[in-house]
Design a protein around this ligand. Structure first.
Ligand code: CA
Length: 229
């Protein structure tokens, strides 16, 4: 699919920023629709069926989180939040409402476009197929559950595979601690964030060239983790 076939709904009340976003996305080959209020956003999301929605959290008529929840009620479209808010609680609230990722304002154009590509890719790949991950010299076949490093086979535990699989299904995007725990451990056997941290640490020791400065299993402070490939 060429990018021109992807339509992105930009929900932003700031006229200047909305224009900048539309210009940037159109210059990258996407089509754009714009909405300046939450109400308009929900109408546009219904009628235009965008491939991705970019939502500013601070809208004049309602909170962006409410917009996310309303769109989620009728559409699985990838939603990326644009937020000037630095509070972790706000990010978690938006992700819990159904957003797939967020980009902090002020953002760089390459970063925003990378997040957009990641969200669109994930949507295309949602057929359930598991990717073979290549993290530097380490290759991980998630379907076969085998991993090979520069020095030969690597042993990962079933739980480590499940954590990695959950991150790989959302590659390039943030996964909250809560989602990782629920998906890897199961809803009734929930671990705590400390347990999760120790698994991430073990995974880094096996997969990262420099576990102290992770390049692939990246921490999003207080919110969750992101797999960068
Ligand atoms: Ca705003």
């Amino acid at each position: 699919m060429t990018r021109a076939m992807f339509m992105i709904l930009v929900v932003e009340d700031d006229e200047v920023l909305g224009g900048v976003l539309a210009t940037l996305l159109e210059a990258s080959g996407y089509r754009c629709e714009r909405a300046a209020t939450g109400e308009r956003a929900i109408i546009e999301a219904r009628s235009h069926r965008p491939d991705l929605v970019l939502v500013d959290l601070g809208l004049p008529d309602r909170d962006g989180t409410q917009v996310i929840r309303a769109i989620r009620a009728f559409s699985p479209v990838p939603i990326v939040v644009l937020s000037a808010r630095t509070l972790e609680a706000e990010k978690i609230r938006a992700l819990d409402a159904g957003a797939d990722d967020y980009v902090m304002k002020p953002f760089s154009s390459p970063e925003l476009l990378a997040r957009v590509r990641a969200a669109l890719r994930r949507n295309v790949r949602s057929d359930g197929a598991l990717p073979v991950l290549q993290l530097g010299t380490v290759s991980i076949d998630l379907a076969k559950r085998t991993a090979t490093g520069a020095d030969g086979p690597l042993h990962l535990t079933p739980l480590e595979y499940r954590v990695l699989e959950c991150l790989a299904r959302n590659v390039g995007m943030i996964v909250t601690q809560k989602d990782l725990i629920t998906q890897a451990w199961g809803p009734e056997r929930a671990a705590d964030s400390r347990g999760l941290r120790s698994y991430i640490k073990m995974l880094r020791q096996k997969l990262e060239p420099d576990p102290g400065r992770p390049r692939y299993l990246v921490t999003e402070a207080g919110v969750g983790y992101r797999l960068c490939v």
